[in-house]
Design a protein around this ligand. Structure first.
Ligand code: NAP
Length: 267
């Protein structure tokens, strides 16, 4: 298999570090460069914690990286604003983005889809690369056909920037495909403390918990007369996301369209 040349933006981050190890340790991947605004002009091994047996240049921004390095795929694991800019820049240079960064708006996603359609180039954005989380979303969609009263509780570490999580929003969107909008709880319920009932998505409620010690967790609770069903997924470390990142990098090479959600590329 021809090797896939990969650039990683955000290599110092918790996800970025795992992605660097994935790219460096996968036989048919080649880690061509990383983008880190704090280490422009350095080598990756000058960043604390890296001791790779290969030389990998660090660029301070993606534009200069793409002007110097020929690559197939950009893996972005940064922040929402930076991630959106990186994704558009990569597409401009005909480099396929695989984006794990969460917090993109509906408008952002629509704009990226438009660019991909115009350019006929692949791009994969997945709010959750853990295969178990994708199954949790699919099972929730199945269950929602039979249980219309649903509460989503997502739990993450306290350094997470966006709320609710991309996974919770994606779960709600998938459920909404099979569930008529319905206001849950008592028709006259009143919050005595604002936000007590969480965010409202088609009448479903989404609750975001932030605590040190957590990584990425979600449970979807379904209720009906005399019974409840709970579907739960837990990621205990960032390595749990990497098998999904690997599949996405391999798949995006053969795509000419925009894909949002790992479930759309798993067989
Ligand atoms: P993190 O540890 O905060 O890492 C983000 C990294 O991006 C930091 O090292 C940050 O550096 C760096 N960064 C910021 N601006 C940059 C720029 N212009 N160029 C290069 N690097 C830049 O966060 P994380 O936990 O790794 O998560 C990263 C993203 O992935 C988040 O959006 C998170 O929600 C998402 N995530 C997705 C999945 C999934 O499966 N899709 C799973 C977990 C997390 P500084 O801190 O020095 O600014």
């Amino acid at each position: 298999m021809k090797s896939i040349k990969v650039i990683i933006a955000g290599p110092r981050g918790r996800m970025g570090r795992e992605a660097v190890m994935l790219a460096a340790n996968t036989e048919h991947f080649e880690l061509a460069a990383v983008v880190d605004y704090k280490f422009d002009g350095k080598q990756i091994n000058e960043i604390q914690g890296f001791q790779l047996p290969i030389e990998v240049p660090v660029f301070g921004n993606l534009e200069s990286c793409l002007q110097h390095i020929k690559a197939d795929v950009l893996i972005d694991l940064t922040t929402p604003e930076v991630g959106m800019h990186h994704t558009k820049t990569a597409l401009q240079y005909n480099v396929r983005p695989v984006v794990g960064t969460t917090g993109f708006s509906k408008n952002d996603l629509e704009e990226l889809e438009r660019i991909c359609t115009e350019k006929e180039i692949g791009c994969i954005i997945a709010p959750n690369f853990a295969i178990g989380a994708v199954l949790m979303m699919k099972f929730s969609q199945m269950a929602a056909k039979y249980f219309q009263d649903i509460e989503i509780i997502e739990l993450h570490h306290d350094q997470k920037l966006d709320a609710p999580s991309g996974t919770a929003v994606k779960t709600a969107e998938m459920i909404a495909e099979v569930r008529e909008a319905k206001k849950q709880g008592h028709q006259n319920e009143k919050e005595t403390i604002t936000g007590a009932r969480g965010a409202d998505f088609d009448g479903m409620h989404i609750h975001s918990v932030r605590l040190p010690g957590l990584v990425a967790h979600q449970q979807v609770l379904f209720g009906s007369d005399g019974q409840t069903l709970t579907i739960r997924h837990d990621s205990y470390n960032r390595a749990s996301f990497m098998s999904g990142v690997k599949v996405a990098v391999e798949t995006v090479m053969n795509l000419k369209t925009f894909v949002y959600g790992l479930e759309n590329i798993l067989e």
